[in-house]
Design a protein around this ligand. Structure first.
Ligand SMILES: [Zn+2]
Length: 314
């Protein structure tokens, strides 16, 4: 089995200092560990740099600390390959290695000089960017910002710069208006790394049918997420609910747009039987009861693989 996961917050747990490194069986509190990535045949794990709003007054420092931890604690694991290009991605499959990609979840910390800082972060290997977390910042409004604004002028410029550097856009936390602004600006595919279908579970973090269709039309990617309350309003979600969202996105024509965006280490509660990468087998087994082997392979890894192979710079 091969798997690809578009979103985890392991770097944030490393930054809090509660866990010393990426190793172990999870007893230290990490969902995503090096060993578990090996168990689920991970070919690519996207590591998000998430800085909670309460640390915003510390400027760039927490963001840089997170990236340092990625270099020190993730890339130091044997058999982990830094994925910044198509060739590095291909190397992971050729060598049976685990790819690791750096992504930003919110750009608040770049406010002082977005153009220069984005260029530097690109040099450090960042290849995906979500403009906001839930709130608003200088670039755009997040989905929980009541006024529901779109991209600012600086935000639009920033999206164009991402496009020219070959950094992929992630729309998961964006306000609806900002989502459509990004869609209008980009002639290239983008993704929603960890969001589900709002018609199935009416949470603002989930995508409307129109958003799902737009991502499909643009050959983008939707990372179905295991956040219990994005799967089922009561929060009592099962692996069956994950399948329900996948089923629904397929019904909109999204069979080739579906990927996984676990949000491991970003959630306190887990779907039973799906609480860490080592348990992805349970999802795969359920998928195989309903979908063909090829479709299942698509959801677990191949759709994301093709997306990154098409869209990462060489
Ligand atoms: Zn998130």
């Amino acid at each position: 089995m091969e798997s690809i996961d578009l979103h985890c917050d392991a770097l944030f747990k490393l930054m809090t200092g509660k866990v010393p490194n990426l190793h172990g069986d999870g007893t230290g509190g990490l969902d995503v560990t090096y060993e578990r990535l090996g168990e689920c045949g991970s070919r690519l794990q996207v590591f998000a740099v998430f800085i909670p709003p309460r640390l915003d007054d510390r400027g760039l420092y927490p963001l840089l600390e997170s990236i340092d931890l990625f270099y020190e604690k993730v890339l130091s694991c044997p058999g982990i390959v830094f994925v910044r290009s198509r060739e590095e991605l291909q190397k992971c499959r050729a060598e049976g290695a685990i790819g690791a990609m750096l992504s930003l979840e919110g750009v608040s910390a770049l406010q002082a000089n977005p153009v220069v800082l984005l260029r530097l972060l690109h040099t450090l290997g960042v290849r995906a960017v979500g403009l906001t977390w839930n709130g608003a910042n200088w670039a755009a409004d997040g989905i929980m910002e009541a006024r529901g604004g779109g991209l600012t002028a600086s935000g639009s410029q920033f999206v164009r710069q991402c496009r020219s550097l070959g950094i992929l856009l992630d729309a998961s936390h964006l306000s609806e208006r900002a989502f459509w602004d990004v869609a209008a600006l980009l002639d290239t595919p983008f993704m929603a790394s960890h969001s589900n279908a709002r018609t199935i579970c009416s949470h603002p973090r989930n995508l409307s049918d129109e958003q799902i269709k737009a991502l499909i039309l643009k050959r983008g990617l939707i990372g179905v997420t295991f956040v219990p309350w994005f799967l089922e309003a009561s929060g009592n979600a099962t692996v069956g609910h994950v399948l329900r969202h996948i089923d629904y996105i397929c019904s909109l024509g999204g069979e080739h747009a579906i990927a996984l965006g676990s949000d491991f280490d970003g959630i306190d509660e887990h779907v039973p039987g799906l609480s860490h990468p080592g348990q992805l087998y349970n999802l795969r087994n359920e998928l195989l009861k309903r979908f063909t082997e090829e479709q299942t392979r698509g959801f677990m890894s191949q759709n994301a693989w093709s997306f990154f192979e098409r869209n990462l710079p060489s």
